[in-house]
Design a protein around this ligand. Structure first.
Ligand code: FES
Length: 105
């Protein structure tokens, strides 16, 4: 079963901004890149560091802990280790960005 979890009103998450969303005791970080929002688990698949403060280079997010890079368009780790953060599809609905979360998170 999946749920739709609100991220933010569209006007409150502008291009270049990011936001943490808490779901079932876990956190998801959403990035607005050029008007499209990408939501990923805030726990790096390498060793669990928070990805929320990672540096963005285009669509590529660099983990602040050990520097692994993830392409937010497909979640794939750029150095081909096979690690990728869990992603959540985002859509616009009734003036909000909303992500789809499958149970369990
Ligand atoms: S915890 Fe993210 S690269 Fe190590």
């Amino acid at each position: 079963m999946s749920r739709r979890i609100p991220i933010s009103p569209i006007d409150a998450l502008r291009p270049g901004q990011r936001k943490l969303v808490f779901v079932d005791g876990a956190s998801v970080v959403a990035f607005n890149i050029d008007g499209k929002v990408f939501a990923v688990d805030n726990s790096c698949p390498h060793n669990g560091a928070s990805l929320a403060s990672g540096q963005l280079e285009g669509h590529v997010l660099r983990c602040p802990a050990h520097g692994m890079r993830f392409d937010l368009r497909d979640g794939i780790e750029r150095e081909a280790t096979g690690l990728c953060p869990k992603q959540f599809p985002v859509q616009e609905c009734d003036g909000q960005f909303v992500m789809r979360v499958d149970d369990p998170l």
